[in-house]
Design a protein around this ligand. Structure first.
Ligand SMILES: [Zn+2]
Length: 145
């Protein structure tokens, strides 16, 4: 059974687990993944990451999420994307794996929120070298959504 462990103390993470945990366990009945969520404090976030995945740990920076202006449903989509990397074994950074991870957000009914997250990332000009890749992800989500 997929086990989602909240070590972040962030209300949005608690809400995500409460709202989407049961569906995720249905989607992946054979998975025994223990996945934990952690707060990424400003003092340890020198690269200003929004969300970082390290194995089966997902770190979230409330400050960077706030700077990007993500709503709670958009944060849910971003968390679903990170879980998609883990649960689909799509861990390596590659265009196919990004789409794979986005699929989980779409399956949870968060496709339009995932598009909004990507649009905000593009607008922030944080990952300028990835803009064409990000646009392709939006086009893919529009197709599957
Ligand atoms: Zn990703």
């Amino acid at each position: 059974m997929v086990n989602l462990i909240d070590k972040s103390s962030l209300p949005v993470v608690a809400s995500f687990i409460r709202l989407y945990g049961p569906t995720l366990r249905e989607f992946f009945p054979d998975s025994d993944a223990n996945i934990s969520f952690h707060n990424l404090p400003e003092s340890e976030n020198q690269f200003r990451d929004i969300l970082v995945r390290l194995g089966k740990k997902i770190f979230i920076s409330p400050e960077e999420v706030g700077r990007l202006g993500l709503s709670n449903p958009e944060i849910f989509a971003a968390l679903a994307h990170e879980l998609g990397h883990i649960l689909y074994n799509a861990d390596a950074f590659a265009p196919d794996n990004e789409q794979r991870a986005d699929t989980l957000a779409a399956r949870l009914g968060l496709g339009s929120q995932m598009i909004a997250v990507i649009e905000k990332i593009i607008a922030s000009r944080r990952f300028r070298h990835l803009t064409s890749e990000l646009v392709r992800r939006i086009q893919f989500l529009q197709l599957v959504g």
